[in-house]
Write a protein that binds this ligand. Structure first.
Ligand SMILES: [Zn+2]
Ligand SMILES: [Zn+2]
Length: 312
């Protein structure tokens, strides 16, 4: 199917690929967070027609490999992601298999449609976190993902929600989503704040910044029997030091969260039903020929989301 791209979000993964710190299959058109209008359909397309508003799940699976048959599609051995391995959404038009298209409800604008892929990834992370009502939760990093996580954690009935974010604009947006405690980790000692506001640390710590330093910090914030979610993506070759006894003595559960298996429809529903609210997210729209400016803004943490709008 041919999709006329109406909005495609810039994501840290695009920058990682562009800088050679994440895997890809160049030459390839990047951009995996996108929405648009169906422009034309092939003969075998059954469920979409020209003019339909659509959003794209970029992760194309084979459905027959070992992991697909185990029901773990995100580990598909033939995974081909639009905008990573095959051409994606930083373009006027994109060819997309019908299997990857979902209807975009009319109350979701196209630039919000770009958030459905990151929301679907965050839902997978929250599923894995197993947050229980009354849990104390720490979220490190409130870029777009962290701000989505705040809302998902609230939906799970967390008690005390502590967030840490060094950028003022992002803390300000986070404050509008009603976390209990907002920490500037440059000026305050996050560990002290967590321990003075919880009994012996957080039940769940969700790392959404993707740096070795913040990833390492999760071990110092989690209580005995607690859970750490590695959600943020560190550079491929980065490392951290862990003493095995930290994990042993605290009986820690450390969980990686990778992409979005079977969560795309739930992401669309949560956004359409206003359970996830993007009203306060600062979104900067750029034309297609401003792509590198958008990358630069992303790296400089200007705006919460930089979105390419190839067709007006
Ligand atoms: Zn992304
Ligand atoms: Zn497969």
């Amino acid at each position: 199917m041919l999709v006329r791209v109406k909005a495609c979000g810039v994501c840290g993964t695009d920058i990682h690929i562009y800088e050679g710190t994440a895997d890809s299959r160049p030459p390839v058109i990047l951009g995996h967070e996108y929405a648009g209008l169906v422009e034309a359909v092939g003969n075998n397309v059954a469920n979409f027609k020209s003019g339909d508003r659509v959003v794209i799940d970029p992760n194309i699976i084979c459905s027959h490999c070992h992991y697909c048959q185990l029901g773990l599609p995100h580990f598909c051995e033939n995974l081909a992601a639009l905008g990573v391995h095959t051409d994606g959404g930083f373009a006027g038009y994109s060819i997309v298999p019908e299997s990857q298209l979902y209807n975009l409800p009319s109350n979701i604008p196209f630039d919000w449609g770009c958030f459905i892929e990151p929301i679907s990834c965050a839902i997978h992370g929250i599923d894995l976190a197993g947050i229980k009502a009354g849990d104390n939760v720490v979220i490190i990093g409130t870029g777009a993902i962290g701000l989505i996580m705040i809302q998902l954690v609230r939906l799970h009935g967390a008690d005390k929600l502590i967030i840490a974010e060094p950028t003022k604009d992002r803390r300000d947006i986070a404050c509008r989503l009603n976390p209990d405690i907002v920490v500037d980790p440059i000026k305050e000692n996050l560990k002290d704040v967590v321990y003075s506001n919880t009994y012996d640390g957080a039940d769940v710590v969700i790392e959404c910044a993707g740096t070795p330093k913040t990833t390492r910090a999760t071990f110092d914030l989690v209580k005995r029997g607690g859970t750490i979610i590695f959600f943020g993506v560190c550079d491929r070759d980065s490392t951290i030091t862990i003493r095995p006894q930290e994990i042993y003595l605290k009986e820690l559960t450390i969980i990686g969260s990778y992409i979005n298996p079977n969560t795309f429809s739930r992401a669309i529903d949560l956004l359409s039903l206003n359970k996830i609210d993007l009203t306060h997210f600062s979104i900067k729209k750029h034309s297609l020929d401003e792509l590198f400016k958008a990358f630069k803004y992303h790296k400089e943490r200007r705006y919460l989301k930089n979105v390419i709008v190839p067709n007006t």
